[in-house]
Each structure stands twice: as C-alpha cells, then as structure tokens.
Design a protein around this ligand. Sequence first.
Ligand SMILES: Cc1ncc(C[n+]2csc(CCOP(=O)(O)OP(=O)(O)O)c2C)c(N)n1
Ligand SMILES: [Mg+2]
Length: 323
Amino acid sequence: MRLKDLPEEELFLQGSAACQGCPGSMALRVAFKALGRNTLLVVIASCTSVLQSPFPLSALDLPVLNMAFASGGAVASGISAAVNRLVKRGVLEEKPTVLVWAGDGGTYDIGIQALSGAAERETDFIYVCYNNEAYSNTGTQRSGATPYAAWTTNTVTGKKEWRKDIAQIMVAHNIPYVATASLAYPLDFYQKMRKAMSIQGTKYIEMLAPCPPGWKFPSDSTVLVSRMAVQTGLWLLYEYENGKTTYTAGTKRIIEGHAELKPVEEYLKIQGRFRHLFYPERDELRIAEYQGRINDLFDTLRFTYKMREHLMDLEFLPTRRVP
Ligand SMILES: Cc1ncc(C[n+]2csc(CCOP(=O)(O)OP(=O)(O)O)c2C)c(N)n1
Ligand SMILES: [Mg+2]
C-alpha cells in the first residue's frame, strides 16, 4: 500500500484553527481516512477542542462530542453502551467506531483513571493519545509525558524527571491492541488505525506529535522532527497484539540492523526546548544520560530480537525502560 492509495474523502476539512505545522491536525486527517464516516468522535479539553474552529464552523466532518478534560474513558464507555443498545434494537444497522482523541495531559495525567476504568471494563472503543509532550493548549506546561531535560514554562531549566511509559501501562491492562505511531510513517499509522477498528474491545494508540511553537522548531519541520525521534531511538514504533509485541517501520529497521541508530543529540539540537543542553555550553552529563538510556534500551531490543526463537524457553524476558 502507498500513500496515494489512501481514501480520497477528507473528513478533516480545510480552514481549521490549528497552528501551522500542527501534528494533531495531520494525525486527525490520516485517522479519519482510516476510520471513515461511521465514526463518533469524543474530544476532551486540548488543542483539538480549539482547532475545530469557532462555532458554528467546524473542520471536523464527523459527529463530535466535546467533553471535560478528565473524562475521555468515561464518556467513551457511555457512548459505546448506547451504541450497542441501538444496534441491538435495530435502530443502527452498523456499529459506529467510538474514537476518543485526547492529548498527553488528558491521558498520562488527568484522564488516566477514566481510561484505566474503561480499559478494565473492556469497553469497545479506540483511544488515541496525540502526545505533544506538554499541556500545549494552555501555553506549554509540563505533563507526565514531557521528556527529561525539556524546557516548558514550568520546567525552565529542563524537566528533572523521566517520562512514564503509558503505552506499557495500557499493555498491562491486558487490552487486545496497543500501538505507537509517528507522523513520519503515515502508512504505518493508517494500518494501525485500520487494525484497531477491526478488533473488539479497548484499543490504545499513541502518536508522537511534535508541536512547533511548544518544542520551538520551524513549522515546516514537524515531519522531520517526528522522523528524527524514531531514528534516534527516542520514540519506538510497535504494536502489541495477542500478548506479542512487534516493532514496525523505522524502529524495526534499526533493531534488525537495516538502519543505524542516530545520535540522540541530532534530535535534541533541532528543538529550542533543549537549547540549554547546548548553549551557552554543552551539558555533557544530560546528553550522555539520554544516549546511555537509549543504548541500553536498544541493546535489550536487539538481544531480544536475536534470541527471539529461544526466549520462549527462558525463565525471564529482559525488561526495557524508555528514555
Ligand atoms: C479540569 C480542567 N483543568 C484544566 C483545564 C484547562 N485546560 C484545557 S486544555 C489543557 C491542556 C491540555 O493538555 P493536553 O491534554 O496535553 O492537550 P494539548 O493542549 O497539548 O493538545 C488545560 C490545562 C480544563 N479544561 N479542565
Ligand atoms: Mg499535550
């Protein structure tokens, strides 16, 4: 499949209020192409609430429910139950896909309880977290997804903590499908959305969403920054299905030895939010900490790949930690 084979119908329309180079709007466009018209969208407070355009206009050509910040999983549970009932009563012929579109603040932090509850109840819906690694809509404050050493308005010398690995927290919920995605690999994202749509139960997909004003890079570089995150190993592309994790696209190529792992500083250097790691002088320690974590992670991933046929016989599987 190629990009030109994607459906031509646009459900994310022109004239949105998104910033130039907004990753969220690019991701919405591809996601809508994958899911099609029979989709009910739940948006919780985030940039997506704003980019839809001021009422009565809307850039989203789908039914949308704009809901409170913490409520994504809970609202999806209600909608999913209502839709099941309508199908049972014959009011709806085909069950619509229920899609929650949430930011990282609304997922890693304030929305995790509602999401966890919905996942544990095996609610049938897709939850997409577009992770721009900050509370962007309110002016770039730190979230649980903000990476180590990154500037935000309340981590002015760089965040002191490492981010949590929420995709693995979702794997631990025993849901049928978890995947990560990048805008630089739109077909990979499209196929993951299609697969999620075909599976019953809770599906969690996370898209890394480089935000030009928040991460401080030019607005024509969103895809470049997305690609660099994967090529330097800071963002992993994989899908988890039936208890098995499969690495995909750029990450798979690195693990299998078909592409090199680029130095992380190539990714850090192109973003103003990491400027203090290079100016006025190089912060060797924090750069080395990053590279060390990535090297450890990829040593584990390559080892697991090499030993994949034997690992089932081993008593343990190596653990991994994302940078
Ligand atoms: C309970 C509550 N607290 C705070 C807000 C204000 N608020 C709206 S959007 C937002 C930031 C959302 O961040 P994130 O979920 O990462 O989405 P992004 O803006 O980055 O797209 C905040 C703090 C709110 N709407 N509700
Ligand atoms: Mg955010």
